[in-house]
Write a protein that binds this ligand. Sequence first.
Ligand code: PLP
Length: 478
Amino acid sequence: MSHNAESTAFRSALEVIRAVEPRVADAIGAELTDQRESLKLIASENYASPATLLAMGNWFSDKYAEGTVGRRFYAGCQNVDTVEALAAEHARELFGAPHAYVQPHSGIDANLVAFWAVLADRVESPALKKAQVRQVNDLTEADWFALRRELGNQRMLGMSLDAGGHLTHGFRPNISGKMFDQRSYGTDPATGLIDYDRVAEAAREFKPLILVGGYSAYPRKVNFRILREIADSVGATFMVDMAHFAGLVAGKVFTGDFDPVPHAHIVTTTTHKSLRGPRGGMVLCQPELADQVDRGCPMVLGGPLPHVMAAKAVALAEARRPDFADYAQRIVDNAQALAEGLLRRGAKLVTGGTDNHLVLIDVSGYGLTGRQAEQALLDSGIVTNRNSVPQDPNGAWYTSGIRIGTPALTTRGLGTAEMDQTAELIHTVLTQTTAGANADGTPSKAKYTLDADLADKIARQATDLLAPHPLYPAIDLA
Ligand code: PLP
């Protein structure tokens, strides 16, 4: 691939856009500059390859393709069939999954598809059976009432939000918390680790239909073999949301008990985090759930996005190359180097370290809330996000934590030595930031002071750290 081809492709695209709405072209160009200059430590973000990005910017976007490969509700879907089948094949091969459904538009959508599939598969409902075999007209009002009551009266057990679970695992701000009667399992207050005996106890008491594994902010491996045994012991379906760590599964860093695919009945993921693909979602499942999963559109999803499925096929093909395994290992090496650098400087980390792609700093050790720390770091050119820590006294808005992750910086080529320097920058900002006060003298959870010269100096050091590792080196828009 010549440097020229990528530059020409993106330059030409911008020229075409500029002729219609120059402000959009300018914003796209400015976004590249901003991303190139910022030390991106957001654990859920990454940089997709130019091939993946280009696969999205074309006329596949114009095509409607409801249905599945070879069985569409629209004519003329032969090329969409090609890319959807390719993406699914790459996904099955990469993850060793019997079935892959690549239509979900995002991780939340993938979870909705999974919830529907499990409900439809597991809930004993004669009315639902009739509805599934398209005898919908034979259903009486009483059938519909029974169906709604049965489907809407099921239980889910997932990881609590402050321990690192995700909103879609049964929490009220998401529809899952309204659909399901939810209970959560947390982590051991002393170690911050999942206590599998407590999960088993909660499962025995609550008897969920679905046991959910997976997280957004838990910095450790999860033993999916044990969770499956717990699910089996109470007759629950075991679902894993691997949105965050799919890249580590793809890159064979998480194997055996830590690979969810052989253990779960159904696995959902995003494609844009550690997996480094386009923004989107995906569901992998055992054969018995495949038919229900394939009903994702139109059951809970809008029409599939063929341009994004094309990009998923490209990104999954990339993830099947041997160098992706090396990338995945470097993500973890970098996260561990970052954790060690922070610990050595006196930071307090949830669970005392990491064995995945993310580190959760408990910034109460610096006398700050997550909100204050996030803003002070941003002032200093370091992009992170605030996050609750277990039993967080500051709630989900202000929080007491900062979540940092290494997938994006690893894509740029930064290594363990740079992670130690990054730890130094973060620690300096957090030690030099002081919590502010409200007008009435009470402590503020949002206000803070940080010397502007120091923030500028750190931002310059962050840029220096990035300079030898340019983002999209082959792309020159000048
Ligand atoms: N599941 C988990 C575990 C996540 O961390 C996220 C996003 O942060 C999602 C689902 C939702 O993904 P999306 O933003 O693509 O809907």
